[in-house]
Write a protein that binds this ligand. Structure first.
Ligand code: CTP
Ligand code: MG
Length: 560
């Protein structure tokens, strides 16, 4: 009755016969797809965008009978995947096998009837499930979209048996889940429907940590409004003879055009975007953006336009993260450690950002005696003709095909790498040198900022320009203390005794490094030696003596 267009003929077309067979064909929600393996960044992106176009987001009453819900929806066609999650109420993400199923579903969806207010007549794929029948007693199992609290994490890590296991376990707990990634692409797809009111050919593509492999549950959703296909940038010169072209309005500059576009899209999101709240247009920033919260997903969203270099750096980070499993593990551990000590912050300011920290880890891995990662220049040399890319005069070419990248045989363990990361940056000549992953070696600094990390695609830009001397000193001090702690037996081996009441182990290894204050964790030693010299001075000389010893034996520095 509700869906007059839904007839037997349509059912046959979609191969639906009975309720039982429909449910059989569903992929169970806890069946996780195989990891994306080593597909190129753009292959993954294309697949995800296409999946999102076949998906719908539904707010459900807390007590929703899963079976009945699926049976109801699969009248419109086979469901490929679904899951439930909580964010200001319960929601379901449902991905159909065919896009046509969505058309059928939306055709049968009612406009809400509201008495005292008016509705904005904008239809989207964000729906609400109403149940006017008998109240369901069961509630479906929800997928978590948030990270484990830090104290629980510390406890879980303390119960692991090696630092290597701690590092991989932290990565598994913090990384984005398959479901969270689907939700991110779906939010972009919903937003695209809004932007398409003005620009039907546009794409909204996630970038940054949502797609570069280093995203943590709860990280923001960076989006890029891609109008390249209609920007006039990639057009070929017309052949001789007649041809037509569109008449367009002109803007004073690319920046002015971007500001106008974001201004109207921001307005549209604010006025008509269901679930989009707190819309702020930050159009005077170096990179103009529209910021808002997407309530149904719980994501903090940043929408930019004309930001193709950032898209390219997301691709580069993705590539580096896929080259060796130790890369992501180390980045997750360092980022978590930095957050635990307020080296990074969710509030903008003079803090080191996650992006800067990631580049620092990549640089460190390029600087190993046997490098774990190739330099960007090397990746450029390996590029094929299709990889060629120049953005605003900057050559952003690098190889996309993993099979073309030879890797060196480095067998260092995660524990060794974490230890050496802290030593490397605990003794790095920040005052004189900049970090450059294109060359894979430090270079003389050409500007005065305390921390200089060159943008891989524009050497003149410093990605950590915002960092002040105090924040850099805190980072260096904590690196030294952490390096020192990892060398102490009482911190680098699991405690044999468990705490009587909980049977949990006292924090050790990586877990000890995450305690609110590293020096607090190192309490006994630091206090005993306090009269002699400050902790970081002591650690610095300890590191220096180690470096001298290594220099004597190998003729190399410890930092690689
Ligand atoms: N970016 C950049 N230069 C900067 C800051 C950011 O090129 N100075 C680009 C990077 O590609 C980065 C993306 O913009 O990945 C998004 O920035 P941001 O949200 O700050 O970093 P994320 O990598 O997304 O990390 P987080 O999890 O903290 O959001
Ligand atoms: Mg981000």
């Amino acid at each position: 009755k509700c869906f007059p267009k839904f007839d037997n003929c349509f059912q046959r077309k979609l191969g639906i016969n009975t309720a039982a067979s429909r449910t059989d064909r569903l992929i169970k929600k806890d069946e996780v797809e195989p990891k994306n393996g080593r597909k190129t960044f753009y292959t993954v992106e294309e697949e995800r965008i296409e999946q999102a176009q076949r998906s719908v987001l539904i707010s459900c009453p807390a007590k929703t009978n899963e079976k009945k819900f699926l049976k109801y929806l699969s009248r419109h066609g086979d469901i490929n995947k679904y899951f439930f999650y909580e964010s200001y109420g319960m929601y379901a993400v449902v991905e159909f096998v065919h896009k046509e199923s969505l058309t059928s579903l939306l055709n049968g969806t009612a406009i809400p009837c509201i008495n005292h207010e008016a509705t904005m007549p904008f239809k989207s794929r964000l729906l609400s499930l109403r149940n006017t029948g008998s109240v369901d007693q069961s509630a479906p199992q929800c997928q978590s979209q948030t990270t484990i609290p830090i104290n629980d994490l510390i406890q879980r890590l303390s119960n692991e048996n090696s630092i290597d296991h701690q590092i991989t376990s932290l990565t598994e707990m913090y990384q984005l889940t398959e479901e969270n990634v689907c939700l991110r692409y779906l939010v972009c797809s919903l937003l695209k429907d809004i932007a398409a009111a003005y620009f039907p050919e546009c794409k909204i593509r996630p970038f940054g940590s949502s797609v570069n492999g280093f995203g943590k549950l709860g990280c923001d959703l960076d989006m890029f409004l891609d109008l390249d296909d209609i920007s006039g940038r990639n057009v070929k010169k017309p052949k001789a003879g007649l041809s037509l072209e569109y008449q367009t309005k002109r803007a004073a500059s690319e920046r002015a055009a971007t500001q106008s576009i974001l201004s109207v899209i921001g307005e549209c999101v604010d006025q008509f975007g269901p679930g989009c709240v707190g819309v702020q247009k930050i159009l005077q920033a170096r990179c103009p953006l529209v910021r808002f919260a997407h309530q149904p997903s719980g994501f903090q969203c940043d929408l930019t336009a004309n930001n193709r270099v950032a898209m390219k750096s997301s691709e580069l980070l993705y590539l580096y993260g896929e080259l060796d499993h130790r890369v992501r593990c180390l980045v997750f551990s360092v980022r978590c450690w930095a957050r635990a000590h307020s080296i990074t912050s969710s509030i903008p300011g003079a803090w080191i950002t996650n992006f800067s920290l990631t580049v620092m880890v990549l640089f460190f891995l390029q600087r190993r005696t046997v490098p774990i990662l190739p330099t960007l220049d090397h990746l450029k040399d390996l590029a094929g003709p299709l990889d060629k890319c120049v953005i605003e005069g900057n050559d952003c070419t690098f190889v996309s095909d993993f099979t073309k990248i030879p890797l060196r045989d480095n067998t260092e363990t995660l524990e060794q790498l974490l230890q050496e990361f802290f030593e490397f940056y605990g003794t790095f000549a920040f005052s004189r040198m900049s970090i450059n992953i294109r060359k894979g070696r430090e270079q003389s600094k050409s500007e005065v900022s305390p921390l200089n990390i060159q943008n891989p695609f524009d050497a003149a830009l410093n990605v950590s320009k915002n960092v002040n001397g105090t924040q850099l000193e805190r980072f260096v001090g904590l690196c030294r203390e952490s390096a020192w702690m990892l060398q102490q037996r009482e911190f680098n081996v699991p405690h044999s005794q468990t705490r009587a009441a909980t049977r949990d182990r006292a924090p050790w290894g990586l877990a000890a490094l995450l305690l609110p204050s590293v020096s607090q964790a190192a309490g006994v030693k630091v206090r005993k030696n306090r009269k002699r010299e400050p902790a970081s001075e002591r650690i610095k000389s300890l590191l220096e003596s180690l470096k001298n010893r290594d220099d004597k034996t190998t003729g190399n520095g410890t930092g690689g």
